[in-house]
Design a protein around this ligand. Structure first.
Ligand SMILES: CCCCC/C=C/C(=O)SCCNC(=O)CCNC(=O)[C@H](O)C(C)(C)COP(=O)(O)OP(=O)(O)OC[C@H]1O[C@@H](n2cnc3c(N)ncnc32)[C@H](O)[C@@H]1OP(=O)(O)O
Length: 306
């Protein structure tokens, strides 16, 4: 698959492979040469519309700071930009780790942009869902160490992003909540959302969590293992970078092959069912009853504000 955005060409691929790490790097280098983008962004912020990417040459760690007002909802544009940035970092031999965080001090990400699922054509819905898949494939399948510094609430798609990382650190604030709350919207988390959660918290806790659409406070998220650590809000980035240095002390090739061994079956399940998953999403989201649920949910969000 190739996507064009702002003149950048993104070629879809799974990143992790038991046997293909070198060949994928070669392939990626080739793709980079086709990109009319800055190749010298290392060491200074690479700012896009929806996120800032900063790679520290000394440590090999990039920070992706999401900054889409007001709540980092994952629109088609956001997701495409995210996948392009992940692709660029993946191809950059200097970059070994990524910390994902938010510039909004209260919200990590509000999840998928509901406006992308409401009142849209089947073609748009299909394109949107492919971008959601691509975001997850890039993050879950990354060769780099990925750490989510969850500095605010993180429902549904926001929680999925965190689940796709290698390690999750959440700000210790009782007001923040995280979880896959899809059933509360009258929609169903797809199998790869479910698989991502099972791989982190186990089957029974996932079934409970998904059926009830549970959102967990930071302390409850820690209790069930949905996040790995709680840290004071103002220490979260320092702590994430310190954890990152522990992970980067492990030789890359051994860690990457181990990561691939653990994640490949989950990645392959989506890769082999990608088109049917898109079709399922389009069919499901186009139903009048689902559109009605989303409309009511959007209205509820707006009313809640006043
Ligand atoms: C087969 C289908 C499977 C699909 C899988 C779906 C995955 C998903 O991710 S669905 C999205 C689930 N997300 C949510 O349920 C989150 C809803 N939002 C909230 O709970 C809150 O907004 C908040 C906790 C994220 C932030 O609260 P607060 O700081 O109080 O901000 P507001 O509620 O006032 O929201 C500001 C503004 O943003 C709009 N908005 C919030 N979330 C979304 C969203 N996910 N998509 C689009 N827009 C969103 C909200 O409506 C407000 O808009 P305005 O009134 O126009 O300012």
């Amino acid at each position: 698959m190739a996507v064009l955005l702002n003149g950048l060409r993104l070629v879809s691929s799974g990143n992790l492979s038991l046997h293909g790490i070198k060949s994928l790097q070669y392939k990626s280098t080739r793709i980079l040469c086709q990109l009319p983008c800055k190749s010298s962004y290392q060491g200074r912020p690479f700012s896009n519309k929806n996120m800032t990417v900063e790679l520290d040459n000394n440590t090999g760690v990039a920070v992706i700071q999401m900054k889409k007002p007001p709540v980092n909802s994952l629109s088609l544009e956001f997701l495409t930009e995210f996948a392009i940035n992940m692709e660029k970092l993946e191809m950059d031999r200097e970059c070994r780790g990524v910390v994902l965080t938010s510039s909004n001090p209260k919200i990590f990400s509000a999840g998928l942009d509901i406006n992308e699922m409401y009142g849209k054509t089947p073609e748009h819905s299909g394109e949107f869902w492919r971008a959601v898949q691509e975001m997850w494939l890039k993050l879950y399948g990354s060769n780099m160490v990925t750490i989510a510094a969850i500095n605010g609430s993180s429902p549904a798609g926001g929680c999925l992003m965190a689940l796709a990382c290698d390690y999750r650190i959440m700000a210790d604030n009782p007001k923040y909540a995280i979880g896959l709350n899809e059933t509360k919207l009258g929609i169903v988390a797809p199998f790869w959302f479910k698989d991502s959660m099972i791989n982190v918290i186990g089957r029974r806790a996932t079934e409970h969590s998904l059926q009830l659409g549970l959102m967990y406070s930071a302390s409850n998220a820690l209790k069930i293992g949905l996040v790995d650590q709680l840290v004071a809000q103002d220490k979260i980035m320092t702590h994430a970078l310190s954890v990152m240095s522990e992970w980067l002390a492990i030789p890359d090739h051994a860690r990457q092959i181990t990561k691939s061994m653990m994640r490949k079956p989950t990645l392959d399940r989506l890769l082999t069912n990608r088109e049917s998953d898109i079709q399922n999403f389009v069919n499901f989201i186009s139903k009048d009853s689902i559109q009605k649920s989303l409309q009511l949910y959007l209205e509820m969000l707006k009313q809640r504000k006043s």
